[in-house]
Design a binder for this molecule. Structure first.
Ligand SMILES: NC(=O)C1=CN([C@@H]2O[C@H](COP(=O)(O)OP(=O)(O)OC[C@H]3O[C@@H](n4cnc5c(N)ncnc54)[C@H](OP(=O)(O)O)[C@@H]3O)[C@@H](O)[C@H]2O)C=CC1
Ligand SMILES: CCCCCCCCCCCCCCCC(=O)[C@@H](N)CO
Length: 803
């Protein structure tokens, strides 16, 4: 100890001098310049590859000659990304590309994804797996819903990557695979598992409570694996963590909708970079063989500031920098905390003024007009607890729609909050075997729309004070139970007033419940894939469920979908257009005039809420009204499927707009719509794309519902009804069949275990129904029965199964 103390200073000086020399050498690039992660001819699997940095990385790796497997949820976006990746290929003739749709938040998703990847890759696992899929819901920790958001962030960011790394390691480390590989040269080359964290996992700032820990957790896992993988010297695997700072991605736009102002202010210190830049720097770091890869100067300092027991990229440099960073932090930490304190002084005690964050949980829970109001005047959080009225309902809708209905996935975050409410409708759901989460998510979306509608109806934001014993400032925690319960209850019971009585329900009711559960389970899934074709159909339904409680009917009404129970409450198309945020409309054309008076079916929901539509054009007003008054297409037209057109669903009005859908009618004559008459010359009694009138979840889903007028029969013309299998046309060549199958595959792949069970139950019930129908026809004569299929016009499984 003595000696050490005496030698301390000279030793330190000597070490510093030596280190400096070595550092100079290192920076001059005297050490190896080997590419530690060659990708040419290798197969790389990237999650979160359809947008943002993951997509950029995929494109750049394709340009370096890699084969790629893109993974994310939304098939439409995956297809677009795949096209860009293909276009970037170094040698298009030899490289191969594909995508797999999966939700990384689903438990056990990764085994399935890896199995599919291996099958596609000629029996070989991918050589490199890069987990990029992630999300972020910044909010203050004391805020309503931050706990639910934290769980959701953990599920996607941490468990999504953790499961993937485990699945691929089990594949790589599997002795059977290794034996067969040992002869190949590439086996000696390390495999790579790459996690994507954030600089926030190196230096945390206010407002990212739900997010940052999920990224810190990745660091913990990566370091653990880096050591653990030494257990398998025959199968070298390198573990990396990429730490981007702000990326100007679609994800950033989403997260900025809920980001507290103070957070925005603090993170300005690290300038944002484009997805391309971040991906390029990340790949450079990986090629240098770095364990922790940072992509900016500050990021690198932050990395060196927290190295602890983690692997170093360059022992000399990292150590030297590690000595310097505390000196920087001496100032940085002070300055940052002072900034936060200054904010608090200026804006008042935050916990008493939740509106500062304007986060979406308030919007969704319907408890706070305050937050939406503040959000509408971004950057001007009010010091008082009663903020000014919002300019209109639109900002609230934008945030709510974007966060809940449009990308309703994130509403899932609320599930936890709702689930934790005592005496919620969760017990009802459990009774039918559904996770309360699924419902809660849908309920949250519904509640969001409630807020919206209520707000619009009032025409101004009325701060709701004293609601359910809530502090008028909104400071008390706990979601306002009445809103959630109403919404959840509507979904569970179609508005019946007594939640939690499912156990005492007679059997048929339970069946009905179950059928609805199925519908919701599917809805929930579909929310994950908002641009996928089938989702469009379900939108139709959502929007009904988004109506305020007063408009909700008992189960039958809900199932019929189109008829709100009280017709006096029914709104005209024009009224709904105004509610949707389109004021001052010039109603000129005959079609617009006619549609304006018709009962509206839905609110118009824009794909890009911030977009301002040109409604000076006559035909655009027609398109808007048609979108509100029309019927959802059974399968969206090609343009809608690709995500074109202003609104989120594909709607047609029978006999109008030359058959085109409302989206294609907008700003165009609809000529490019795949429904346009020029493309569909054969006259059909009903518009070929209109959904059957009874639309409720699965019951509306053609792939689950082979009715007498099944779509598969239609291309053959009415006369050919009942001739499937006899008509000489190969069913497998039928595009509708192919679409159906693809869709069914998509749904089943995306389904979790519970949903899969429910799908099975549904199918089994239909089989039984078919069998019964056939039996009855055989025994009792079949005069009344249609030529094929079970009872027509069924309302759902319960009815179908009944005699
Ligand atoms: N943007 C930023 O400022 C920063 C981002 N990061 C991290 O970098 C990574 C990339 O971010 P960014 O470029 O913004 O990405 P984006 O948010 O723009 O894109 C996210 C990608 O992940 C997919 N994805 C999201 N959730 C899931 C899910 N549950 N299952 C499967 N796929 C999913 C999305 O596709 P789909 O929706 O179709 O599933 C999309 O392809 C993320 O891990 C993020 O946390 C780190 C630092 C800063
Ligand atoms: C010695 C070191 C000096 C430290 C300076 C500190 C500067 C702080 C900048 C914080 C940047 C936060 C980016 C968030 C990125 C992200 O992950 C989110 N966008 C989530 O998606």
């Amino acid at each position: 100890m003595d000696i050490l103390q005496r030698l301390g200073i000279p030793l330190a000086i000597a070490a510093a001098a030596l280190s400096t020399i070595l550092a100079v050498i290192a920076t001059m690039g005297w050490f190896s310049r080997k590419n530690h992660m060659p990708v040419e001819g290798r197969t790389v699997l990237i999650t979160g590859a359809s947008e943002g940095m993951g997509r950029s990385a995929a494109i750049q790796l394709a340009a370096k000659g890699a084969n790629l497997i893109l993974v994310s949820r939304n098939v439409g976006r995956l297809e677009e990304a795949l096209a860009s990746v293909k276009a970037a290929a170094k040698s298009p003739s030899t490289q191969r590309f594909t995508y797999i749709s999966a939700d990384v938040a689903e438990p056990d998703y990764a085994g399935r994804v890896i199995a599919e990847a291996v099958a596609w890759n000629g029996g070989q696992p991918p050589d490199i797996v890069w987990c990029v899929a992630g999300m972020s819901t910044p909010m203050l920790w004391a805020d309503e819903g931050s706990m639910a958001a934290a769980r959701r962030n953990m599920d996607v960011n941490y468990f999504g990557s953790a499961e993937m790394s485990r699945a691929i390691l089990r594949e790589w480390l599997n002795p059977e695979n290794n034996n067969s590989n040992n002869t190949t040269k590439k086996n000696a080359e390390p495999k790579h598992i790459i996690f994507t964290a954030s600089v926030l996992a190196l230096f945390a700032i206010v407002g990212y409570g739900p997010y940052t820990p999920s990224k810190w957790a990745l660091r913990g896992l990566a370091d653990t694996l880096a050591m653990e993988l030494n257990l398998y010297p025959d199968t070298p695997v390198k573990v990396h963590v990429v730490y981007p700072a702000t990326i100007t991605s679609p994800g950033l736009e989403r997260e900025n909708q809920t980001k507290p102002e103070i957070t925005l202010q603090l993170e300005k210190d690290e300038p944002p970079e484009t997805p391309d830049t971040v991906a390029r720097r990340a790949i450079e770091g990986l090629e240098r063989g770095e364990h922790f890869v940072t992509v900016s100067f500050l990021g690198n300092l932050m990395r060196c500031g927290v190295l602890g027991g983690s692997l170093r990229n360059n022992w000399v440099l990292d150590t030297l920098l590690g000595w310097i960073v505390p000196i920087i932090y001496f100032f940085v930490i002070r300055i940052m905390n002072a900034q936060v304190l200054g904010w608090a002084r200026k804006h008042g005690h935050l916990a008493k003024n939740q509106s500062n964050t304007g986060h979406f949980i308030f919007l969704l829970a319907g408890s706070s007009m305050k937050s939406s109001a503040v959000r509408s005047q971004r950057g001007r959080p009010s010091k008082v607890t009663k903020p000014a009225a919002p300019t209109r309902g639109r900002p609230a809708r934008q945030a709510a729609a974007q966060l809940a209905a449009h990308d309703a996935h994130e509403a899932h975050a609320l599930a936890e909050g709702l689930k934790n409410e005592p005496a919620t409708a969760a017990s009802v759901f459990d009774d039918v075997g559904m996770g309360a989460e699924e419902y809660a998510a849908a309920a949250a979306a519904a509640a969001a729309m409630d807020t919206d509608l209520t707000e619009d109806a009032h025409g101004e934001a009325e701060p709701e004070t004293g609601m359910d014993g809530q502090d008028p400032t909104g400071a008390t925690s706990g979601l306002p139970p009445h809103v959630d319960l109403t919404a959840a209850n509507i979904l569970a019971n179609g508005g019946a007033s007594n939640p939690g009585n499912a156990l005492s329900q007679p059997v048929p009711d339970q069946l009905q419940d179950m059928q609805q559960s199925l519908a919701h389970a599917h809805q929930h899934q579909h929310q994950h894939q908002h641009q996928q074709q089938h989702q469009h159909q379900h939108h139709h339904q959502h929007q009904h469920q988004h109506q305020p409680p007063a408009q909700m009917g008992p189960p039958q009404q809900l199932q019929q979908g189109h008829q709100p129970i009280d017709s006096s409450m029914m709104k005209t198309t024009e009224e709904l257009a105004i509610e949707s945020g389109y004021g001052e409309l010039n109603i000129e054309s005959a079609l617009a005039k006619r549609l304006a008076r018709e009962p509206g079916q839905r609110l118009a929901q824009q794909r890009r809420p911030e977009q301002v539509l040109n409604l000076a054009r006559r035909s655009n007003v027609e398109a808007l009204f048609a979108h509100i008054a029309g019927e959802p297409a059974r399968v969206p037209c090609k343009n809608c499927h690709k995500g074109h057109g202003p609104w989120t669903s594909c709607i047609v009005v029978d006999g109008q707009m030359c058959g085109s859908c409302a989206n294609c009618w907008f700003n165009a004559s609809g000529a490019r719509c795949s429904f346009h008459e020029t493309r569909n010359p054969q006259a059909v009694p009903q518009h070929p794309s209109i959904m059957p009138a009874s639309t409720a979840g699965l019951a509306a889903d053609p792939s689950y519902r082979f009715q007498a007028a099944h779509p598969l029969l239609q291309p053959h013309g009415a006369a050919a009804m009942g001739t499937v299998g006899h008509g000489g046309t190969m069913l497998t060549n039928n595009p509708l069949f192919q679409q159906m199958l693809t869709r069914a595959m998509g749904e089943v792949r995306a389904a979790d275990k519970v949903t899969r069970q429910l799908i099975m139950i549904d199918i089994t019930a239909k089989q039984l129904a078919l069998q019964i129908a056939e039996y009855e026809e055989m025994v009792g004569g079949n005069q009344e029965q249609p030529p094929s299929g079970p009872v027509p016009g069924q309302q759902g499984m319960g009815d179908e199964a009944g005699p």
